[in-house]
Design a binder for this molecule. Structure first.
Ligand SMILES: Cc1cc2nc3c(=O)[nH]c(=O)nc-3n(C[C@H](O)[C@H](O)[C@H](O)COP(=O)(O)OP(=O)(O)OC[C@H]3O[C@@H](n4cnc5c(N)ncnc54)[C@H](O)[C@@H]3O)c2cc1C
Length: 453
């Protein structure tokens, strides 16, 4: 049995159904991919569907996502925690091959050695590291087709789906559903993603499985004219820059670059956040990316989730229930933005639902300093990125689920209970989530004696 039909659950299902005759049931609280419609696409207003169509259903958070495949074992998670270099690369390529077989485009965005050298040199001279990643871009408008193709293959192989059904509890030899019904299973793979991250923590506590807090990434979504980012996005569709900031010596990074894309709102229980997406068939004038500070807490408080949520709630309060938007120039000068000031700038916002305000009233001073210093540094690599009219949306917070202690088979300390994906802290992106699903499936195949360890 697999809990969660996100990339981790689907790839676990593909691996098991291809290599064994085990009966497989995938349970998800969301809908089938063709029924997953976010009302925001038409109205621009989030009505807080429960479960959220962006986060839940066949394809999981990946189902309606931008579908940028980062083809590297240490981006979107870290497979080197579990596998050696050769094994990790083999698995990443294997997973990528499956995405392509189900309709992901052949085109690979990859810098030539010369381009990589030039950009790396330019970045290094500003004290910044350029991280080269081969990428494939499916696009939010095509990701559902790829997911639908995987769903069809699974069904053709006899895999059953139980949708619109929440698992309430993991119990001995099975699960209990929200309606009280119990289903038995010899093996369970729990792949609940971000939507089920707090649920799995509750389950782990009940079952006595150790988990530890991971770091969080806190910051803003930056929006600049597309033309500013064109030169680097031509080299890498989602270029990643890693920066160590001057004042605080903090790790800051660009993340999830949406070239010619759109900024979107995300709604969580009790607060809102921002994200971005880009479409293969429709472009905006702008490019957006997350600009995030990594925060880890040690004693006496380790709960990074509480800390991140308290920042997000403050931002939501100040934005009157909406994310905040501010021009970089206003943040620099210590004043709030207004629509009048924003409209006088050259960057026309792609998300108009935000409230003009002052991000310095919301984010810790440390994060604001990192944003200002980091963008000034990045401006030396990408001229124009730190102009006064650059737009910042807040909060953008990446919560990484608490991490379950597992080895390369993804089996927990409870025999026959396996985990995979973002919800249990072993991944943070499509490729690695899918890869950990394959690893969990192989863990089961090993126990069944179908493959060797
Ligand atoms: C807007 C957005 C854009 C993104 N863009 C990219 C991108 O371009 N590239 C990239 O690499 N990554 C991207 N990501 C991240 C990527 O989508 C995730 O890393 C990936 O989906 C994680 O896969 P998963 O299977 O672990 O979890 P998920 O995809 O979150 O799936 C988990 C599933 O489990 C179900 N579930 C949870 N609890 C229960 C329960 N108790 N009972 C029943 N069902 C349950 C949920 O409904 C959900 O469908 C994006 C994420 C978002 C939100």
């Amino acid at each position: 049995m697999i809990i969660g039909a996100g990339p981790a659950g689907l790839f676990a299902g593909l691996e098991l159904s291809e290599r064994s005759k085990l009966k497989i049931l995938i349970i998800d609280m969301g809908k089938t991919v063709s029924q997953r419609k976010c009302p925001m696409e038409k109205t621009g207003i989030c009505i807080g569907c429960d479960p959220c169509n962006v986060m839940s259903g066949v394809g999981g958070a990946g189902g309606l996502s931008d579908g940028t495949l980062n083809i590297r074992p240490d981006i979107g998670g870290d497979l080197y925690r579990f596998l050696n270099e050769r094994e990790a690369w083999e698995l990443v390529k294997y997973v990528d091959g499956i995405y392509v077989a189900h309709g992901a485009p052949d085109k690979l965005y990859q810098a030539t050695p010369l381009e990589e050298e030039e950009l790396s040199r330019k970045a290094a001279s500003a004290g910044i590291e350029f991280v080269q990643i081969p990428q494939r871009h499916i696009g939010s408008d095509h990701t559902p087709e790829v997911i639908a193709s995987i769903e069809k293959t699974l069904k053709d192989r006899g895999v059953k789906f139980l949708l619109k059904t929440q698992v309430r509890n993991i119990i001995k030899n099975g699960v209990e559903l929200e309606n009280g019904k119990k289903i038995k299973a010899k093996y369970i793979i729990a792949a609940p993603g971000r939507a089920g991250a707090s649920w799995i923590v509750e389950q782990a506590k009940k079952l006595g499985i150790d988990m530890r807090h991971g770091p969080i990434d806190v910051g803003v979504r930056v929006e600049v004219p597309g033309i500013v980012m064109d030169p680097v996005c031509r080299i890498n569709r989602d270029p990643k820059f890693h920066i160590i900031t001057k004042t605080y010596d903090d790790f800051v990074r660009t993340f999830c670059v949406n070239h010619r894309g759109f900024v979107v709102k995300e709604v969580y229980r009790g607060y809102v956040g921002v994200n971005g997406h880009s479409l293969r068939d429709k472009e905006s004038e702008n490019t957006n990316f997350a600009f995030l500070t990594r925060i880890e807490l040690t004693e006496p408080v380790e709960n990074t989730t509480d800390y991140g949520e308290s920042i997000a709630r403050t931002a939501t309060t100040l934005g009157g229930g909406e994310p905040l938007i501010q021009r970089l120039g206003d943040l620099r000068r210590g004043r709030r933005s207004t629509w009048k000031r924003i409209k006088s700038g050259i960057v026309k916002p792609t998300f108009l639902g935000a409230t003009p305000g002052d991000i310095a009233m919301v984010m810790p001073h440390r994060v604001v300093t990192n944003i200002l210093e980091g963008l000034d540094g990045l401006d030396k690599v990408i001229p124009g990125v730190a102009s006064d009219s650059t737009l910042l949306y807040a909060p953008e917070i990446k919560f990484y689920a608490m991490q379950v202690e597992v080895g390369k088979n993804m089996e927990t300390s409870i025999p026959n209970l396996f985990v995979a994906g973002d919800g249990v802290g072993v991944s943070r992106g499509l490729i690695i989530a899918s890869a950990t699903g394959v690893m969990a499936a192989r863990g089961i195949l090993e126990k069944e004696g179908i493959i060797e360890s």
